[in-house]
Ligand binder design. Structure first.
Ligand code: GSH
Length: 209
């Protein structure tokens, strides 16, 4: 059974959604990042960047255990392992890679900065940070909205891909980074479509902390 080391955050939720959608059995091992548990030597041994999520799969390549850190790498590993939520053709796979990397490089780090600056004491530094990263976050929602116009899923047709799971983890926190999905109707429709999937819903319901 896969050991899933995580906390109740967007990057953690990407993986709980993927595990549920893929029907893989797993155990949750909470890492309380507000209590600095991510710096424990046992966790650093599987996640040297001291960040959740990480997994340990006792049945990795050649039947040997493997650990994986970085949520994008975990999603790619799980897709490779199961043959699910990743198309077969190279052209189709490229679209999934593009949108997964788009999420990892922007649609996560930018709203994450909004969350950070909103927690700072009031003053010019907070105002500057919130304004800068909120504008960039809204730009990214605009990019996603244009991509999703007339499409059911961000990179695939017929069923979602791991790119949808990655992006959904952060869209789940749209209220926290002060984005109104009514301003982005294609994102709003996709969000509702994804959340209506029973396995995705379980991925957001499972206790991670
Ligand atoms: N690029 C990493 C980012 C992971 C990340 O930022 N995790 C946060 C929680 S969402 C964390 O563990 N923070 C703990 C810390 O900063 O020490 C990934 O996608 O896995």
């Amino acid at each position: 059974m896969i050991a899933f080391h995580t906390w109740n955050t967007p990057n953690g939720r990407k993986i709980s959604v993927a595990l549920e959608e893929m029907g893989l059995p797993y155990t949750v091992h909470p890492v309380n990042i507000s209590q600095k548990e991510q710096f424990a030597p046992a966790f650093l041994a599987i996640s040297p960047n001291n960040r959740i999520p990480a997994i340990v799969d006792p049945e990795g390549p050649d039947g040997q255990p493997i650990s994986v850190f970085e949520s994008g790498a975990i999603l790619l590993y799980l897709a490779e392992k199961t043959g699910r939520f990743m198309p077969k053709g190279l052209r189709e796979r490229v679209a999934v890679w593009e949108w997964l990397m788009w999420q990892m490089g922007g649609f996560g780090p930018m709203p994450g900065q909004v969350h950070h600056f909103l927690m700072q004491p009031e003053g010019p530094a907070r105002d500057y940070g919130v304004a800068r990263y909120h504008a960039e976050t809204k730009r990214l929602y605009g990019v996603l909205d244009r991509r999703l116009a007339g499409r059911d899923f961000v990179a695939t047709e017929g069923e979602p891909s791991i790119a949808d799971f990655a992006i959904l983890g952060w869209a789940w926190r749209h209220e926290r980074h002060q984005v109104d999905l009514a301003e982005f109707p294609a994102v709003g429709a996709w969000y509702a479509r994804m959340m209506a999937r029973p396995a995705t819903a379980r991925g957001f319901e499972v206790a991670l902390s």
